[in-house]
Write a protein that binds this ligand. Structure first.
Ligand code: PMT
Length: 222
């Protein structure tokens, strides 16, 4: 049995993309496959945790012994997370949440009329930021998908969102990050950092979870 022991703890994980509808037949989304988040959920279940996996639409099968809540939009993901957050000890936000949604959801299919089409988008709630700002917030871990200045942006997410940890991936490296079976993470916390991988997402998830477990248990309140 691995060392990471989360027996009796509830770990909530968001995974996959969100889908933001434009009209009855179209949506905007991104290339997240859910693999990283599902690997985190499997690792947490193996460590004995009670796992709630709030997932956008993906095609990877859910790990055994995990409670899956399926959602489509960022707003639905936000609502599902808020419904379960009071019971959560550790929150890990792996999902690639759409930052914006269409201002107007058209009831009918948008017709091909002019040569250009302009749509207006409005901001979605930042699920991770709102969770971390709650009174009695769980130990909050964010992911950061960056294409430049990785350390700088990751550290600013750690501070701005008041996170316990942030795991940054460089999405410009081919074969890693979105939709691949492998990834490399640079993890930051208040007084330190650690590089994990490149490695299969299943292995990285176990390594990251063990780091989370260590920092979580070092917090005086836990
Ligand atoms: O799903 P895979 O194909 O396996 O790919 C994995 C991954 C690349 C998607 C994953 O490793 C990853 O980096 N996830 C975060 C992607 C992202 O969109 O990051 P961000 O920089 O936009 O967001 C920062 C953090 O805030 C993330 O923890 C995100 O889940 C969270 N967030 C962002 C926006 C929002 N509205 N709500 C959020 O909770």
């Amino acid at each position: 049995r691995q060392q990471t022991d989360l027996q009796g703890k509830t770990v909530m994980i968001t995974a996959g993309p969100t889908r933001e509808p434009l009209d009855p037949v179209r949506y905007i989304s991104n290339h997240s496959s859910g693999k990283m988040g599902y690997a985190m959920a499997a690792a947490a279940a193996d460590a004995g945790a009670n796992v709630i996996l709030v997932s956008g639409p993906v095609s990877v099968p859910p790990p055994a012994g995990v409670n899956v809540v399926n959602v489509e939009t960022a707003q639905q993901m936000f609502d599902a997370v808020m419904q379960h957050v009071q019971a959560t000890d550790i929150f890990i936000a792996t999902a690639a949440v759409a930052d914006y949604r269409a201002k107007v959801l058209e009831n009918n299919k948008i017709k091909k009329t002019g040569d250009e089409l302009t749509l207006t988008f409005v901001k979605n709630p930042d699920i991770l930021k709102e969770v971390a700002a709650l009174p009695n917030a769980p130990f909050a871990v964010g992911f950061a998908a960056e294409s430049q200045n990785l350390a700088h942006y990751a550290k600013s997410k750690l501070e701005n969102k008041k996170l316990a940890m942030v795991a940054a991936n460089d999405i410009t490296t081919s074969g890693l990050g979105f939709n691949s079976d492998h990834n490399a993470l640079h993890v930051f916390w208040e007084n330190g950092d650690k590089q994990l991988g490149p490695a299969p997402k299943t292995q990285l998830a176990r390594e990251l979870l063990s780091l989370i477990d260590e920092k979580y248990k070092n917090k005086p309140s836990n």
